[in-house]
Design a protein around this ligand. Structure first.
Ligand code: UDP
Length: 315
């Protein structure tokens, strides 16, 4: 049987690189694309020598060309952490809009199936908890997070338009907070911050009172959900995330408990503007349509992640 070909954008990022690993393992030819503004070649160094992995250093906000035929596209390029999209607001909007447009055009030309990485941020600071896919969200378009949230909402709208108007086969995953090895130590997100602070005996910076909630999904579970969604025939958005909701303060305490002998203490800092107060996926659709649910407990996932940060910080 001929090998399937898949293009993964954002391949040098946290999720992109784990997806590339999975598709290589499944026997695909993987075209990986990244402009490296937040991605890191270290995440794909082990893939570079493989004959089935072809890397393109390219910005998808510009015209995208891939020679020959293509079966699938996964669009995972975007700054994704709040401090990144605050620093790079225009690139964030371009990759979600122009980048998505170019890739949908490519999918149409190649008759490829395209899956886009959407986000729980489409629900904004939600007034409904947990969030089902039917919830339209509560987003401030002109706030600091608006560049990311609205780019992703535009991306979903454009993808549905290509699906209905051009009959392109599309899939939309709404990704909730995901963690694991290859997150950047200093990407500003809660878990990398807490682990690195605890390992280095620095203050653990909990923003606000820490009563805001998140639901943390281990990366292998997310990759499995995306793999299943890509191969399903469901074109509407599907939440993939772990429904176990905890407060950020509790997350900080669990990290402190895990990092034996740390001298770190929790301190509180100002809560960023428009920081969602609650977040938890309703995963009924993923369960019923894909037969997917997360398998990793938080303690298992945290342990693997802790070991990764320990190793990375010692380098
Ligand atoms: N947060 C925190 N300390 C940090 C980084 C983040 O208390 O050093 C909080 C942040 O305000 C938010 C939650 O942790 O309420 C999750 O933030 P993150 O940046 O990981 O992702 P988000 O879910 O907000 O996109």
């Amino acid at each position: 049987m001929e090998q399937k070909k898949i293009l993964i954008t954002g391949v040098a990022g946290f999720l992109g690189s784990h997806l590339a690993d999975r598709f290589i393992k499944e026997g695909y030819i993987v075209y990986g694309m990244d402009n490296l503004i937040t991605g890191d070649m270290a995440n794909i160094a082990h893939l570079m020598p493989l004959k089935d992995f072809i890397f393109y250093h390219h910005d998808v906000s510009k015209y995208v060309h891939i020679p020959g035929d293509l079966d699938y596209i996964l669009h995972f390029a975007s700054p994704a952490s709040p401090i990144d999209y605050l620093k790079m607001p225009i690139q964030t909007m371009k990759v979600g809009s122009l980048g998505t447009l170019h890739l949908l055009g490519l999918a149409k030309a190649k008759k490829a199936r395209m899956l886009i990485a959407s986000t729980s941020e489409v629900y904004g600071d939600p007034l409904v908890n947990p969030q089902p896919e039917e919830y339209w969200g509560n987003v401030n378009p002109i706030g600091p997070r608006g560049v990311y949230d609205e780019a992703k909402r535009f991306m979903e709208a454009l993808t549905m338009a290509y699906h209905t108007f051009h009959k392109v086969e599309t899939r939309i995953v709404r990704i909730f907070n995901t963690y694991g090895p290859r997150m950047r130590v200093n990407d500003g997100r809660a878990l990398p911050a807490f682990f690195s602070q605890a390992i280095e005996n620095k203050d653990i910076t909990v923003f606000g009172d820490g009563n805001q909630t998140r639901s943390f999904c281990y990366v292998d579970d997310l990759v499995e959900g995306i793999y299943m969604l890509l191969h399903s025939d469901y074109a509407y958005p599907v939440n993939i995330g772990n429904p176990e909701e905890i407060t950020i303060l509790q997350a900080a305490e669990e990290v402190l408990d895990m990092v034996k002998g740390t001298k770190s203490k929790i301190i509180h800092k100002g809560l960023p503007q428009d920081d969602p107060k609650v977040r938890r996926p309703n995963i009924t659709k993923a369960k019923e349509i894909l037969g997917w649910e997360p398998k990793f407990s938080r303690s298992e996932g945290f342990k693997i992640t802790y070991e990764y940060f320990l190793k990375t910080l010692k380098k």
